[in-house]
Design a protein around this ligand. Structure first.
Ligand SMILES: NC(=O)c1ccc[n+]([C@@H]2O[C@H](COP(=O)([O-])OP(=O)(O)OC[C@H]3O[C@@H](n4cnc5c(N)ncnc54)[C@H](OP(=O)(O)O)[C@@H]3O)[C@@H](O)[C@H]2O)c1
Length: 349
C-alpha cells in the first residue's frame, strides 16, 4: 500500500534540514509528503521540497484526526516538543483509526532527546547505555528525574510506547543529542545546547564549566542526525520492520566528547571576536550561575541541565539499519569557530 508521510517541525532546525535533504534521499516507495505549517509563508516554503502544506492545530485532537484520516497519512514524524504528550497521543489515536479503516500499517516517530537518557533525567550513567538495550524501556520506567520537567519528558517517551502498542501503532523514540552545524531548512538554522553556551558566555563575558570532573555527552552533526531520520524512514518504507515500540529507541550520534573540550574550543572562538574577556574556562560559582540562568531564562539550578552533565547513551541501533555517520565526534571541536560565527550571526538577525 502507498505510504503518505507527515513531517512536523519543518520550520525548525531538525525538521527543516530533514525537508531540505528529502529529494536527494531518493525515497522510492511513497505516494505523498505533507508538512505541517502554521503560516502562509511556511506553506509556500515547504513546496520547494515537494511537500503539501497542511495547517493542523496540534492543540485540537479533532484537527489532527481530520488531517490524518482525510489525507490517509500513515507515517508521522513528530519534531515539535519532547516534554508533553498531548499531541502525540492525538496522532496515535488518529493513526490507529486509519489502521482500522484501511488495514494499513501505521507508524509514529516521536523526537525525544539524549537528555532524557542522562543523569539529568535519572538515567544510569555508570556504563554505556545502549539504545538497543533490551531493558531500556524498563530503565526509563524506573527513572526518577530531579526536575519535574524532565520527569514529564521521560514519561512522554514511555506513554508514546505504551499508547502506540495498545492501539496497534508502531512507535519509534528518536533521540537527537548535542546537534551542531548549519541547519539547511527555510526556518531556524541553529541548534540548542551550543547556542546556550554562547548566550550564557556573552552574558558573563567568560565561558564557565558547570560540572565537577570531565563529563561527556553524545554529539552529532545536523546532517548525520538527518540521515538517521532518513535511514529509519527508508527501512519503514521498504518493509524492513526496523525495531519499534519497546525496541524502537534510536540515538543519532557517532560518539561522545567532553563538555570541557566543547567549552574550550568555543571560548577560543568567542574570545577571538572579543565577545568574552579571555578564553580561559573557569568553574562557575552561584553568582555566575545566576547570571547564566538570566541569559538562558531559567533558574540557576537548571543551567547545568542546559549546558552540562553526564550522558552515556550510546548509538547502536542506527548502524544496525544501515546508518553511517559522516562526521567523527571531534568534528564539533574542530569546527567550533564556524558554529560560534553561525550562532552569533543568527542571534544578531
Ligand atoms: N536541536 C537539538 O540539538 C535537539 C536536541 C535534542 C532534542 N531536540 C528536540 O527535537 C525537536 C526539534 O528540535 P529543533 O532544534 O528542530 O527545534 P526548533 O528549531 O525550535 O523547531 C521547533 C519546530 O516545532 C514547531 N512547533 C513548535 N510548537 C508547535 C505547535 N504548537 N504546533 C506546530 N508546530 C510547532 C516550530 O514551528 P514554528 O516555526 O511555527 O514555531 C518549529 O518548526 C524539539 O522537540 C527539540 O526539543 C533537539
Amino acid at each position: 500500500m502507498a505510504h503518505r508521510i507527515l513531517i512536523t517541525g519543518g520550520s525548525g532546525y531538525l525538521g527543516g534540514t530533514l525537508l531540505a535533504r528529502w529529494k536527494e534521499a531518493n525515497f522510492l516507495s511513497y505516494e505523498k509528503l505533507f508538512a505541517l505549517v502554521r503560516t502562509e509563508e511556511q506553506g509556500k516554503a515547504v513546496k520547494q521540497y515537494g511537500a503539501e502544506a497542511l495547517h493542523i492545530n496540534l492543540e485540537d485532537p479533532e484537527s489532527i484526526k481530520k488531517a490524518v484520516l482525510d489525507h490517509k497519512i500513515n507515517i508521522v514524524f513528530y519534531l515539535v516538543d519532547p516534554r508533553n504528550w498531548e499531541h502525540q497521543v492525538s496522532f496515535i489515536e488518529a493513526l490507529s483509526e486509519l489502521k482500522k479503516q484501511t488495514g494499513q500499517e501505521v507508524h509514529f516517530l516521536h523526537t525525544s532527546g539524549a537528555k532524557i537518557f542522562s543523569e539529568h533525567a535519572g538515567a544510569p550513567t555508570d556504563a554505556p547505555l545502549l539504545d538497543t538495550d533490551p531493558k531500556l524501556y524498563d530503565i526509563q520506567k524506573s527513572q526518577k528525574a530531579p526536575f519535574p520537567l524532565l520527569q514529564r519528558a521521560v514519561e512522554t517517551n514511555n506513554l508514546v510506547i505504551e499508547d502506540a502498542e495498545a492501539k496497534g501503532v508502531r512507535s519509534y523514540i528518536f533521540a537527537p543529542c548535542i546537534v551542531y552545524g548549519k541547519g539547511e531548512g527555510f526556518g531556524n538554522p541553529i541548534s540548542i545546547q551550543t547556542v546556550a553556551i554562547v548566550q550564557a558566555a556573552i552574558k558573563v563575558r567568560q565561558v564557565y564549566k558547570v560540572d565537577v570532573g570531565r563529563p561527556t555527552w553524545p554529539v552529532c552533526h545536523v546532517i548525520d542526525n538527518t540521515t538517521l531520520y532518513i535511514e529509519l524512514l527508508r527501512a519503514i518504507l521498504s518493509g524492513k520492520e526496523p525495531g519499534y515500540g519497546k525496541n524502537g529507541y534510536y540515538l543519532a550520534s557517532p560518539g561522545s566528547v567532553a563538555w570541557d573540550d566543547i567549552y574550550s574550543s568555543m571560548a577560543k572562538a568567542l574570545a577571538k571576536g572579543k565577545y568574552i574577556d579571555n578564553d580561559v574556562v573557569k568553574e562557575a560559582d552561584d553568582k555566575e550561575l545566576q547570571k547564566m540562568g538570566d541569559a538562558l531564562k531559567c533558574p540557576k539550578d537548571f543551567v547545568p541541565v542546559q549546558l552540562g552533565g553526564l550522558c552515556t547513551f550510546t548509538a547502536v541501533h542506527g548502524k544496525q539499519i544501515g546508518w553511517r555517520p559522516q562526521f567523527a565526534p571531534e568534528h564539533i571541536i574542530e569546527t567550533a569557530d564556524a558554529e560560534v560565527e553561525l550562532i552569533l550571526q543568527h542571534l544578531k538577525e
